[in-house]
Design a protein around this ligand. Structure first.
Ligand code: PEP
Length: 249
């Protein structure tokens, strides 16, 4: 049995007041489901507030990125240890918005993945193709290279500690969702790629789907055998929608 996970990526949303209000709504609502691990990933400035509110609850905390360096003269960066000490257990790495707006490469993401693991954080590693790449029939080439590149050099034991999120870039924030069949095909392909590294690890690594997941499409997506949860952007900012997704999964 693989762990089902629903993680909310708040992106650049969440002042302290908004964070308090959303977390309180999640804790007061029906967000506890024994079959699903729930994670919220607020912006850095709200992590400590979120951490205090979530302390002892069923909701785990994650960050949206981190530096590939442990410490030092890297102005504006946040280290993995800083995240750990503020109470984060997860970190999203290689999100398509980081790749697109900050030119993050698989090599850089790979360095971050290794540092996250050695620090004790669980990386949620994002992969996914552009619309033009899908239209050219390159989905497997692109996603295969991202999986191989971001996981390069990991041992089987390391691999068992990662989470992958398949997020077709054309589905993020657009309202266009991959059909359950389209998503399942890529999830099964990713699991095959993981099995090349280690068969046993491939069976336990959760592969989340991300891209306009909403309460009304979550159940259909999660009936697929290789979809082990969701990375949710926009809908994670509304407590009712996020809770509905958790329970649909
Ligand atoms: C995301 O940012 O990871 C995401 C999937 O966003 P959305 O759900 O808004 O498409």
């Amino acid at each position: 049995m693989r762990q089902m996970i629903v993680a909310g990526n708040w992106k650049m949303n969440g002042t302290i007041d908004e964070t308090e209000s959303l977390i309180n709504d999640l804790l007061a609502g029906n967000s506890k489901n024994d079959k699903v691990k729930v994670v919220v990933c607020p912006p850095y400035t709200a992590l400590l507030t979120a951490s205090k509110l979530l302390d002892g609850s069923h909701i785990s905390l994650g960050a949206q990125d981190m530096s590939e360096h442990e410490k030092g003269a890297f102005t504006g960066e946040i280290s993995p240890r800083m995240l750990l000490t503020v109470g984060a257990g997860f970190v999203i790495l290689g999100h398509s918005e980081r790749r697109q707006y900050h030119a993050e490469t698989d090599k850089l993401v790979n360095a971050k993945v290794k540092l996250a693991l050695s620090t004790g954080l669980t990386p949620i590693i994002c992969v996914g193709e552009l619309l033009s790449e899908r239209e050219e029939g390159l989905t497997e080439v692109v996603v295969g290279a991202q999986v191989a590149g971001t996981l390069s050099g990991l041992t089987a034991a390391d691999l068992k500690r990662v989470v992958i999120a398949y997020e077709p870039v054309w589905a993020i924030g657009t309202g266009k969702t991959a059909t359950p069949k389209m998503a399942q095909e890529v999830h099964a392909f990713i699991r095959e790629k993981l099995a090349v590294i280690d068969k046993a690890a491939a069976e336990v690594v959760p592969i989340l789907y991300g891209g306009s997941v909403k309460p009304d499409n979550a159940e259909r997506l999660h009936r697929q055998p290789d979809i082990d949860g969701s990375l949710v952007g926009g809908a994670s900012l509304k407590a009712d929608d996020f809770i509905a997704i958790i329970n649909a999964v």
